[in-house]
Design a binder for this molecule. Structure first.
Ligand code: ARG
Length: 417
């Protein structure tokens, strides 16, 4: 019996060649699986292309809802940002694709999964490690990483065999996209001194072309999850799609990052993530109202760790489960509405309210109606300053010393000895 492999099939050159390569070089029957994470493509054409090339079966699955609910929104709640500028769109998509590959492998009785990653990026790590976590018994094949043919060599290889590969014009860039964001690399971008040409962007207007009038949008959250736009309840997918349009119009969500890949090299990447940046800013604003100071601090100290584990392909780990449990617990009162102003490349929270707000007008106000107990402040300061006063008396000011001079502070030695 011929062994089966499930290939993550995008319809592009690499994975089209991979269908034939897996058959010819490895003797597999190929099941092509195309997963829609919101990267609008003509999925029916992709499906029929896989069959034309020789797949035994072509499957198209919609992963948009699980992508948003179980990957994007949890990353949002965690405040996960890689190296200050990357909201991890591709990085959170990979473990879901791996999960769906494994599911189909089980349904189809396949013994292997395959993907089209090269040996130079993070994505191979994410696919391989995620698959190893979910199904350690499955073999993993990465045709491009193994044959190492260039684009032209692949076209030639396909032509010799009569493989109908897509005849798309070669883009000067390498791009990837899903609902959470779009990434662009290669071409002139490989020179970090070169400003990104306007044609790298597809989702966002330039600030110069953005409307002069700002747009305000109210984003409602329930337990940390975006749930409404301008008061209308919306499923996560529609909400993110809508916000990508609205915020993209105003030029929001472009970043330009020389980032550190897990495999040891720095690379220059341009990102567009209009909805994701708007939601992060809104979510953060709501947390200011609804989380206590130590909750904010602790959560903040975990953001980096969370982003790294996503970036580094460690989604399906116990460490992630532990962090996610903490984050989820912090979100139980993160419910409320944030008014975002979208204008000229910026998404700014200009108003926020919550039924669970920790902000109290009566306590904060300087106007009449102030209920803060000013006398208690006196007592509090007395106790708070007690050890400071004590140390000043018995050490710092002892022997008539003047330790607090203006200018560069210098450590004072123990001259009393
Ligand atoms: N550098 C980003 C990451 O590692 C984006 C990668 C995009 N992937 C791609 N195959 N073009 O997540």
């Amino acid at each position: 019996m011929t062994r089966k492999v499930v290939l993550a099939y995008s319809g592009g050159l690499d994975t089209s060649v991979a269908i034939r390569w897996l058959q010819e070089e490895r003797g597999y029957e190929v099941v092509a699986l195309t997963i829609d994470l919101g990267n609008e493509k003509d999925l029916r054409t992709v499906e029929s292309r896989a069959m034309e090339i020789g797949a035994v079966k072509a499957i198209v699955r919609d992963g948009k809802q699980p992508f948003i609910d179980y990957f994007a929104f949890p990353a949002l709640m965690a405040g996960a940002v890689y190296e200050g500028q990357y909201l991890l769109a591709t990085a959170i998509g990979r473990p879901l694709i791996a999960k769906m590959l494994v599911d189909v492998a089980r349904e189809e009785g396949a013994t292997a999964i395959a993907h089209g990653c090269t040996g130079k990026g993070n994505d191979q790590v994410r696919f391989d490690v995620s698959t190893q976590a979910l199904a350690p018994d499955l073999e993993i094949v990465a045709p491009v990483r193994e044959h190492r043919m260039s684009r032209d060599e692949q076209i030639e290889w396909a032509a010799e065999r009569g493989v109908p590969v897509p005849a798309t014009k070669e883009s000067p860039y390498s791009t990837d996209e899903n609902l959470w964001g779009r990434s662009i690399e290669a071409g002139v971008l490989e020179d970090p001194w070169a400003a990104p040409p306007e044609d790298v962007y597809a989702w966002t207007r330039s600030v110069a072309d953005a409307p002069d009038a700002p747009r305000e949008v109210e984003i409602g959250f329930e337990h940390g999850r975006p749930a409404t736009l301008d008061g209308h309840e919306m499923d996560g997918v529609t909400l993110v799609q809508t916000l990508n349009q609205w915020a993209g119009e105003h030029g929001i969500g472009r970043t330009d990052l020389v980032e550190d890949r897990l495999i040891g090299i720095k690379s220059r990447e341009i990102y567009e993530a209009p909805a994701a940046w708007t939601l992060h800013a809104a979510h953060e604003a709501l947390e200011q109202l609804t989380l206590s100071k130590p909750q904010l601090r602790t959560k903040n100290s975990l953001r980096q760790e969370y982003a790294d584990l996503i970036y580094n392909g460690l989604w399906f780990t116990a460490h992630h489960q532990d962090l996610a449990a903490y984050v989820q617990s912090t979100q139980r009162h993160v419910t409320g509405t944030v008014r975002m102003r979208l204008h000229k490349g910026q998404a700014v929270a200009v108003g926020k309210k919550s039924p669970r707000s920790l902000y109290s007008y009566q306590l904060a106000t300087y106007d009449r109606g102030d209920q803060y107990d000013h006398n208690s402040a006196l007592g509090f300061i007395k106790i708070w300053g007690l050890p400071v006063q004590q140390q000043a008396r018995s050490q710092l000011l002892a022997d008539g010393e003047q330790p607090f001079q203006l200018g560069t502070p210098e450590p004072q030695g123990d001259k009393g000895a």
